[in-house]
Ligand binder design. Structure first.
Ligand code: SF4
Ligand code: SF4
Length: 216
């Protein structure tokens, strides 16, 4: 899931200073599950903004990253000066693409692709490198979970199973070792992983994906 955190209220109000009426748009998917941009959060924010003197209303769009869902609120959107999206950065941009004449503000800081660890705690799990080799590492992604993104770890600084860069975090290579050990695959860790080809990653700029089998 995409994980994000609502922006501080002071920043939101600062961004809204040129506007009076605001439609807050929650998103019904990832940000609802991570309890930062769903219906409840949007309604609470609307109430808070009304107390601060704005005309604010909250609505939910099932998936803001798909334009068809955004168009369902076309009429209501037209009657507000500004849209405040509580979707991830993808949802904000798709919403803005659908209404190019409208001011759209992000209400969330999109943070990472991650997993819930326990109530109220999420951890990054994937960096979207475009060439998944996580099976070589006991399905613990070293690119994302090792502070140095080492493909041939560990770095030697790990202490008591914790990372030397962030001692509060588990060392990814300790986790990799433990998982491979549990599977009787430690021998595989003796092979040197070749340098990664990063051309499929985001460092070459924006990526696109084509699926000829489903393209109309
Ligand atoms: S190897 Fe790449 S695609 Fe696979 S989990 Fe790690 S970052 Fe994500
Ligand atoms: S201690 Fe472990 S997780 Fe931290 S940088 Fe070194 S190998 Fe990576």
């Amino acid at each position: 899931m995409i994980v994000g955190e609502r922006k501080p209220i002071g920043e939101i109000i600062g961004n809204l200073k040129a506007f009076q009426s605001v439609l807050i748009l929650a998103c019904g998917t990832c940000v609802t599950v991570c309890m930062s941009g769903g219906e409840k959060e949007a309604r609470e924010l609307a109430a808070l903004l009304c107390l601060k003197g704005f005309t604010a209303q909250a609505r939910v769009i099932e998936r803001q990253c798909e334009p068809e869902f955004n168009l369902l609120l076309q009429e209501e959107i037209a009657s507000y000066e500004v849209l405040l999206s509580l979707a991830c950065g993808i949802g904000v941009q798709v919403l803005a693409d659908g209404f190019p004449g409208k001011s759209v503000l992000p209400g969330l800081n999109t943070t990472f692709m991650g997993a819930p660890i326990r109530q109220g705690v999420w951890e990054e799990r994937c960096s979207g490198c475009g060439d998944c080799t996580v099976h070589h590492f006991g399905n613990v992604c070293p690119i994302t979970r090792c502070a140095k993104s080492l493909l041939n770890g560990p770095c030697g600084g790990s202490k008591g199973g914790k990372c030397e860069v962030k001692p509060e975090r588990d060392c990814a290579w300790q986790l990799i070792y433990d998982r491979m050990n549990a599977q009787g695959r430690l021998e595989e860790l003796l092979s040197i992983q070749p340098p990664k080809n990063w051309s499929s990653s985001r460092y070459g700029g924006q990526r696109k994906m084509f699926r000829e089998d489903v393209t109309l």
